[in-house]
Design a protein around this ligand. Structure first.
Ligand code: SF4
Length: 136
């Protein structure tokens, strides 16, 4: 039975980034060869449009956002914390509904990055024991 993965949509070539572009990643696609995968974009699942204003975590990382110690704001100061948490919860719901081997996530994203400043979705998935891999 082939393994099943969730993967950040933009890594697969879908134009889900804040600027409406893609960050297709050949190493990630190679990793997914022969596997079944489901593309997910937490920021879209959280209800934000594409393109959208770039956003960043202020005052901590994704774990701090989940605990209410930090907020997510766009470049012009709009608070989008609620949307980021909702997107993370939606991805968690998808991950829990399937026998997922690992989640492949985009680096340097306030939602998806799993190293350095951990994003909100990566933090929630990690808290629930999912194996994460980073690309891009
Ligand atoms: Fe969506 Fe994550 Fe890619 Fe950003 S990095 S476009 S939130 S999948």
């Amino acid at each position: 039975k082939p393994e099943l993965y969730l993967v950040s949509s933009c890594l697969t070539g879908l134009c889900t980034r804040y600027d409406g572009k893609t960050k297709q990643d050949m190493a990630c696609l190679e990793r997914l060869k022969g596997k079944i995968w489901i593309p997910i974009c937490p920021e879209q699942l959280g209800g934000m449009p594409t393109p959208r204003e770039a956003a960043d975590i202020c005052g901590g990382d994704g774990y701090d956002v989940l605990c209410g110690r930090a907020r997510v704001r766009t470049k012009t100061g709009t608070d989008v914390t609620r949307q980021f948490i909702r997107g993370a919860e939606q991805v968690l719901a998808i991950a829990r509904s399937q026998p997922v081997t690992a989640v492949l996530l985009k680096a340097r994203s306030p939602s998806c990055s799993s190293t350095g400043v951990c994003g909100v979705t990566a933090a929630l998935l990690s808290k629930h024991g999912f194996k994460l891999e980073e690309f891009g």
